[in-house]
Design a binder for this molecule. Structure first.
Ligand SMILES: Cc1cc2nc3c(=O)[nH]c(=O)nc-3n(C[C@H](O)[C@H](O)[C@H](O)COP(=O)(O)OP(=O)(O)OC[C@H]3O[C@@H](n4cnc5c(N)ncnc54)[C@H](O)[C@@H]3O)c2cc1C
Length: 259
């Protein structure tokens, strides 16, 4: 779609949206204090069956949009994007809001955190493999940062990754991991150099959430739902190719993608 002008793009987007959805009958008006729902939940709390239905609908919507060229409008073509300027992506989002769209919140971490990090810090072959899966919604991702003793003080991370040949071996615990129970892949921060100053001894990786040694335990909230999890890693192996950016001294290698 790289040579299409904005009006032609909007017409194509409108035709696509007309084909897969219906226009919302009442558009949201301006926000007015005291009016509307009292629901302030950040994360929906639902039962397993409804959650599975929600995930199915979200994945279907994301795949249809991606296949029609509206999944990663402003992303680089070589990694599965459409290569269009940001204003095209903004125009599509504005159009999409006029239609009935499933709950897409499971992709918030794909699109807002893991995707952008991979796009900057992963090796080119990993970008080409992983980014289309994240932006098409084939994979759900989670972020594995917080630990029982590393919250606001994220630099206190203690889950460790130890280099073993072409792999890293991860052991430790994460907590408050939104969507871990649905995730195919996670972005994890691990301590790779216990001797470095604490802010400097940490390395990021992608991790296969279905790998042997990964255990996801739901945290039941007093409100009934279980959107957050504890995640335990017991000698989980990650290929070095899934490292994000440079590693710290202990595992540093010559093919660091940022160098
Ligand atoms: C909706 C939601 C979703 C989340 N999803 C994820 C997720 O997907 N992945 C993930 O890794 N984490 C997630 N988190 C966890 C979140 O990142 C942590 O809650 C955060 O890191 C804070 O850590 P903590 O809860 O251990 O609080 P603490 O760090 O223990 O802080 C407790 C209180 O002490 C205050 N405090 C801390 N240090 C200081 C200081 N030095 N001086 C003064 N005051 C201080 C804090 O402001 C806070 O009020 C999520 C949290 C929420 C609310």
């Amino acid at each position: 779609m790289s040579s299409m002008d904005l009006d032609a793009f909007k017409a194509k987007a409108t035709a696509f949206l007309d084909g897969v959805s219906t226009r919302r009958s009442v558009e949201d008006g301006p926000f007015v204090w005291g009016q509307g729902s009292d629901n302030v939940a950040i994360v929906e709390e639902t039962d397993e069956e409804s959650e599975a239905e929600m995930v199915g609908k979200a994945k279907g919507w994301a795949a249809a949009g991606y296949d029609a060229g509206f999944g990663w409008i402003n992303g680089p073509v070589e990694f599965g994007g459409e290569g269009l300027p940001n204003e095209y992506a903004t125009a599509y989002r504005a159009l999409e809001q006029k239609y009935e769209v499933p709950d897409l919140s499971i992709f918030m971490i794909n699109l807002g955190m893991v995707g952008p990090t991979v796009a900057v810090h992963a090796r080119p072959e990993v970008k080409a493999d992983v980014l289309p899966k994240l932006y098409r919604g084939d994979w759900v991702s989670c972020q594995l940062f917080s630990e029982p003793t590393a919250g606001s003080d994220l630099a206190a991370v203690s889950a460790k990754a130890v280099r073993d040949g072409d792999e890293w071996v991860v052991t430790g615990q994460k907590v408050w991991t939104s969507n871990a129970h649905l995730a195919d892949v996670g972005e994890i921060l691990c301590r790779t150099d216990p001797d470095a100053p604490k802010h400097a001894g940490i390395t990021g990786f992608l991790v296969d959430m279905k790998a042997p040694g990964v255990e996801v335990r739901p945290l039941r909230q007093m409100t009934g739902g279980a959107a957050f999890n504890e995640v335990f890693f017991d000698e989980v192996r990650i290929p070095d190719t899934w490292r994000l950016g440079r590693s710290t001294r202990m595992g540093r290698c010559d093919d660091d993608p940022d160098e």
